[in-house]
Design a protein around this ligand. Structure first.
Ligand code: HEM
Length: 514
């Protein structure tokens, strides 16, 4: 007995020492690697950045996971200059020339794998946002035509329906006191995209709550930002998925099953008579299928995974842009007044506010552009990786295997590119043809809110159509005023992969007309 006990003790003590050695070796390796990272021997040694960020990826990953990486990057640019190193192997640029060199290079630079959750291809095929370049070309060729301007006109009835519903619901709610505009806009855009991408009535506006599907996607995207940081440090995905609770797994399975069922139901309507007479409202699935007529088609699982992507990426982005627009309008009475006058003078009735009409309103368009300058929805676009032999960016050869991206949040707020950047002044977009900014670039050259190149935003035209229509109708129907100062509303916003905004309490007064 005594012998057994001492054997256990001996094993225990050996295991303890083995563990201690392993931890010590890990710490020594970490220190040596960090020392190398900040040494002059590192290939990125010449690029400036905070010491701890250059030494290890931990600070960048931590701030990515808590949602303020974009603010940290802006602060680093302010202190260290136009090109900065935010991790041992990652650079952020602000020279406008770098945009096409990173996002529209020939051959293309690969997207980093660490931005979006790696797709589980056992369940569904990859959607276009995570597809390899070769696969992406096919997916984009087949889906892209459904998002062209001429085609978007066909889905106008859906946009009009939900924008009118927003106005009538807000009219009732305005009697109940100030309203959280962030929520209302999120509900509206989710209703729109549910109808367009999955042929589902999410009824967010009617029930004044988020539907469980988009809610699930938003929560997943938030967790993704943290999960990816662990993956990046070598934790296996299978191990991390073991940490998911039973409820989370059940929610995921139920989401996938219902999304599959929705697409299958939708496709059945299409198949019944070929001419699609069963489908009452035009939608993205129908338009995609119609535009694919003479070529190969997407498979049903591919339609499902891309429809899920449209729901995840098509509502929160546009509603964030609208929330930021109304925040800045309320904070800048001169612009609010000018835009309101333009809208109310242009339209005698609400029905006159069409996509075609709002597409011609220069000041409205400039206001949305200005909103995307001061609050770029895509504040940290997926970094790309330089190829093995390096890649020239902003006149310098960047070594292979470096993650590169653009500091869009900083650029839009920088005096280097914009005169009085803190001012919300849509006029700067109308003057830019002859008057370039301080650094001799037009605003369009400095900012790319929808990215550029073959993997830019496929939904850009839809997003612009939605923002202009919703903004014009709200301004036509209501006087809007912030309820409270909301001084830190912008600073308190958090960006994971999508935004999490603070409430925006707004007093709405319906405009009474004869
Ligand atoms: C103001 C609103 C929006 C902004 C600022 C925006 C911005 C962007 C950006 C910057 C990208 C590139 C992401 C990357 O490189 O990883 C992107 C991709 C994408 N966006 Fe948007 N987006 C908006 C609205 C929409 C809407 C309404 C849809 C509609 C479904 C949409 C669908 C997509 C899709 C599917 C992709 C992936 C495209 C591809 O990989 O080919 N977006 N968006």
């Amino acid at each position: 007995m005594e012998g057994t006990f001492s054997t256990i003790l001996a094993y225990g003590s050996r295991a303890f020492w083995a563990g201690t050695y392993l931890v010590a070796i890990f710490i020594i390796c970490f220190i040596l690697k960090s020392a190398y990272n900040i040494s002059q021997f590192h290939p990125l040694a010449k690029y400036p950045g905070p010491l701890l960020w250059r030494a290890s990826r931990i600070p960048a990953s931590y701030h990515h996971a808590i949602g303020d990486l974009y603010q940290q990057i802006a602060a680093i640019h302010l202190k260290y200059g136009p090109t900065v190193r935010i991790a041992p192997d990652e650079l952020v640029f602000t020279a406008p020339e770098a945009w096409p060199q990173i996002y529209n290079a020939r051959p293309q630079l690969q997207k980093t794998r660490w931005h979006f959750v790696p797709p589980n291809t056992d369940e569904l095929p990859t959607s276009m946002i995570t597809a390899s370049d070769a696969e992406h070309i096919r997916l984009r060729r087949l889906t892209g035509p459904a998002f062209l301007n001429a085609i978007i006109k066909e889905i106008e009835p859906v946009l009009q329906h939900y924008t009118d519903l927003l106005c009538s619901q807000l009219s009732d709610a305005s009697n109940e006191g100030s309203q959280n505009l962030v929520e209302w806009l999120l509900w509206t855009l989710n209703d729109v995209i549910g109808q367009l991408a999955l042929d589902q009535e999410f009824q967010c506006l009617k029930k004044r709550r988020m539907h469980p599907w988009p809610n699930f996607l938003l929560s997943v995207l938030k967790q993704t930002a943290a999960l990816n940081q662990f993956l990046r440090f070598g934790f296996p995905l299978r191990l991390l998925t073991l940490l998911l609770s039973k409820e989370q797994i059940a929610a995921r399975d139920s989401f996938l099953n219902t999304a599959r069922a929705a697409v299958s139901e939708r496709l059945a309507k299409e198949d019944e008579d070929g001419s699609n007479s069963v489908q009452k409202r035009p939608d993205i699935v129908g338009l995609m299928l119609r535009e694919m007529k003479n070529s190969e088609r997407l498979s049903q699982p591919e339609i499902t995974s891309n429809s899920i992507l449209f729901v995840g990426g098509g509502a929160e982005t546009t509603s964030t842009c609208l929330s930021a627009t109304f925040y800045h309008l309320c904070k800048t009475p001169r612009v609010m007044q000018k835009l309101r006058d333009e809208v109310r003078r242009a339209f005698a009735t609400s029905e006159d506010i069409t996509l075609h009409a709002v597409g011609k309103m220069d000041y409205l368009k400039a206001t949305i552009d200005e909103s995307l300058r001061i609050f770029p929805v895509a504040s940290y676009i997926t970094p790309r990786v330089t190829p093995k032999n390096g890649h020239v960016i902003d006149g310098e050869m960047v070594p292979g295997g470096t993650y590169v991206s653009m500091g869009q949040w900083y650029m839009g707020r920088s005096e280097r590119f914009f005169d009085k950047p803190k001012e919300f002044r849509p006029e700067r977009w109308l003057e830019s043809e002859d008057g370039k900014g301080p650094a001799d670039f037009t605003p369009d050259e400095v900012l790319r809110p929808f990215s550029l190149g073959p993997r830019n935003c496929v939904g850009k035209l839809l997003a612009l159509a939605e923002t202009r229509l919703v903004a014009a109708k709200l301004l036509w129907h209501f006087d809007l005023e912030l309820d409270g100062p909301h001084e830190t509303w912008v600073d308190d916003a958090r960006f994971y992969i999508l935004w999490q905004l603070q409430p925006l309490k707004v007093k709405l007064t319906p405009v009474h007309r004869e």
